[in-house]
Design a protein around this ligand. Structure first.
Ligand code: T3D
Length: 262
């Protein structure tokens, strides 16, 4: 029972929707805590094999709720590092390491941390009207939630600097063209398209998919030889799963595989 998010599980898919539409789903502490709780529940729930993240209303997420910050000149400066350490960094790390595919369905404007949370997910589908805004520079901050890490890697340094220093909106189609996201769909189709993709992935070898994302995510930190070692280790683990056995067996028997995520 949540107040600031909606959470449901169906057909192997957990759907987590940010639900403070009047503030464009910006994060206050209560919403952070509910998201943390929902992610914990997702990890414990053996039925869940894919996570979908989205937002209610016309925006996906406008980052930190700025009305939560006391910036009165007479007040002591808020410690933003603490907020990053307590909330944003753990969220980003958790999404990256989540042991199943994470789909982000960006239903509208995504600004500040809200523009970078999708980049920590595995597959980003955006509504055609969605836009990504590295709004931080407009208020004297730097891109957080992994922005300075993801952006140069996804779109190159020149474009990363353009986005981060100018804070101009990047429309979904352009984000797709730049290789920042996976797909763009018509606004009215977004939720169903994301869920269709999620339901498909929920029938696939969950552990294998988790190892794939782990290998790809870690590749940027590794030299060639270390990455080959990681591939060896993960392949060894993948080869121990029931789904691998089922995949090979189904292939040999010329029938569709029935993966259990085990
Ligand atoms: O502090 C820390 O913990 C450090 C971590 C920081 C992480 C961050 O995310 S910092 C960046 C914070 N976010 C922003 O700077 C974005 C602020 N919002 C905007 O620039 C614009 O709202 C948008 C470009 C996202 C959308 O513009 P528009 O014209 O479509 O909508 P709007 O009219 O500006 O917003 C609609 C309502 O949402 C409005 O409320 P109202 O007037 O109808 O009552 C607006 O105040 C509210 N809203 C939007 N963003 C935020 C917000 N309220 C609080 N905090 C927000 N971030």
């Amino acid at each position: 029972n949540f107040e600031h998010i909606l959470y449901s599980v169906d057909s192997g898919v957990a759907l987590l929707s940010l639900n403070r539409p009047s503030a464009l789903n910006s994060f206050n502490e209560a919403m952070h805590l509910e998201v943390q709780q929902a992610l914990k529940a997702t990890l414990k729930d053996e039925r869940v094999r894919v996570l979908v993240l989205t937002g209610e209303g016309r925006g996906f997420c406008a980052g930190q709720d700025l009305s939560d910050r006391n910036v009165d000149p007479t007040a002591e400066s808020p410690d933003l590092g603490l907020s990053i350490e307590r909330f944003y960094n753990p969220l980003i790390k958790q999404l990256q390491a989540f042991p199943m595919p994470v789909i982000c369905a960006v239903n509208g404007v995504a600004a500040g941390a809200g523009a970078n949370i999708p980049l920590a997910c595995d597959l980003v589908i955006a509504a055609r009207s969605a836009k990504f805004i590295q709004a931080f520079c407009k208020i004297g901050l730097i891109p957080d939630s992994g922005g300075t890490w993801f952006l140069p890697r996804l779109v190159g340094m020149a474009r990363a600097k353009q986005l981060a220093l100018l804070g101009e909106p990047l429309m979904a189609e352009k984000a797709l063209e730049w290789g920042m996201i996976y797909r763009v769909v018509d606004d009215q189709d977004l939720r169903e398209e994301a869920l269709t993709l999620a339901r498909h992935l929920a029938t696939q070898p969950t552990k294998g998919l988790a190892y794939i994302k782990r290998a790809l995510n870690q590749s940027f930190d590794h030299d060639f030889s270390t990455q080959l070692d990681l591939e060896r280790d993960l392949q060894r683990m993948a080869g121990q799963t029931q789904d691998y056995r089922e995949g090979v067996k189904a292939f040999m028997e010329k029938r569709p595989a029935e993966f259990k995520g085990e």
